[in-house]
Design a protein around this ligand. Structure first.
Ligand code: GDP
Length: 300
């Protein structure tokens, strides 16, 4: 928790401390409620979640007779955790199924941290005793395959790569084929992130998924979003969700942003759980997303 608090320090000082300051005072006038609303909106919780949180706080603060800052903290904790849908299944389905490799597609636009996330996830799985094969199907960004292979050799996973400019689907197909032949536990496929047009994406990513499915079922489609991009990230998320069945979200770069509230909004908008969060560039900076720990870090 200490570590998470440190990483979330910017969101903590604006969102967490801001809310505690406003609610801890007890009786709130209309101006103060407007400030609560602004604090939530500024942290990127979005209009709908902000509304939900403010309504719950207003009802409860009276019902419970919140007087002290400890009361306020307890109430905020409950309302914020609730808004994060703690009941959602956040397990990453990257474990082997009946002797066949689990297949995970990692999708998202360029620059969000897709390749880095794929590498970090491989590291977690290998540390957990799984054999992992990486598929470098981002053949458009010149350095992506090299970058992924570097992660692979660092963590002890082989990387299947194609020639530069090769069809991403053919590389994905080869990777899963090799993964099946070698009997690895998990194949992680880093896909190309070009979002020129929706049909372009649909053609490319849709094809990747279709050819992979000729070899093995896709167990997980992880959409990587950059937490610092706000509304833009949400727009991307919608486009991807229309093209592939996104099963989980990885929110990167939560370190150093004051807009950690995007977690609330993206889950609500897509109805898909945030499963992992990126908290830095380092190999061990990928963490499972836990609503209670997240809220405690914000309010801590
Ligand atoms: P891709 O184009 O989506 O594959 O993006 P990359 O994986 O190459 O990442 C783009 C940049 O974001 C790199 O400099 C990464 O080190 C950085 N990055 C990725 N994840 C995180 C994160 O969680 N926190 C921070 N601060 N940087 C990250």
């Amino acid at each position: 928790l200490e570590r998470l608090r440190g990483k979330l320090s910017r969101s903590r000082s604006t969102l967490g401390q801001g809310l505690l300051g406003l609610l801890g005072a007890g009786d709130l006038d209309e101006d103060s409620w407007t400030d609560v609303e602004d604090t939530l909106l500024m942290a990127d919780l979005g209009a709908a979640v902000t509304d939900q949180v403010v309504t719950a706080l207003r009802a409860q603060i009276v019902a419970r007779g919140v007087r002290s800052s400890d009361d306020a903290r307890a109430l905020l904790r409950e309302v914020l955790v609730d808004a994060l849908h703690p009941e959602m299944d956040r397990s990453v389905h990257a474990l082997p199924h009946s002797g066949k490799p689990a297949v995970v597609l990692v999708v998202g636009v360029n620059g969000v941290g897709k390749t880095t996330t794929t590498g970090k996830l491989a590291r977690v799985l290998v540390a957990d005793g799984r054999t992992v094969l990486l598929g470098a199907a981002d053949t458009f960004r010149a350095a992506a395959a090299e970058q992924l292979a570097t992660w692979g050799s660092r963590v002890g996973a082989e990387t299947v790569r194609g020639a530069e400019g090769a069809d991403p689907a053919s590389v994905a197909f080869e990777a899963v084929k090799e993964g099946v032949a070698a009997g690895v536990d998990t194949v992680l496929v880093d896909t190309a992130g070009r979002l020129h047009t929706k049909t372009g994406l649909m053609d490319e990513l849709g094809k990747v998924k279709r050819v992979v499915e000729k070899q093995a079922a896709v167990d997980e489609v992880l959409l990587v979003l950059d937490a610092t991009t706000g509304q833009n990230g949400l727009t991307q998320a919608w486009v991807f969700a229309e093209v592939v069945d996104v099963t989980g979200i990885v929110l990167t770069k939560l370190d150093g942003t004051a807009k950690g509230g995007i977690v609330f909004q993206v889950q609500r908008e897509l109805g898909v759980p945030v499963k992992l969060v990126g908290l830095g560039e380092g190999a061990d900076h990928l963490a499972p997303f836990e609503p209670v720990a997240f809220v405690d870090a914000l309010l801590g």
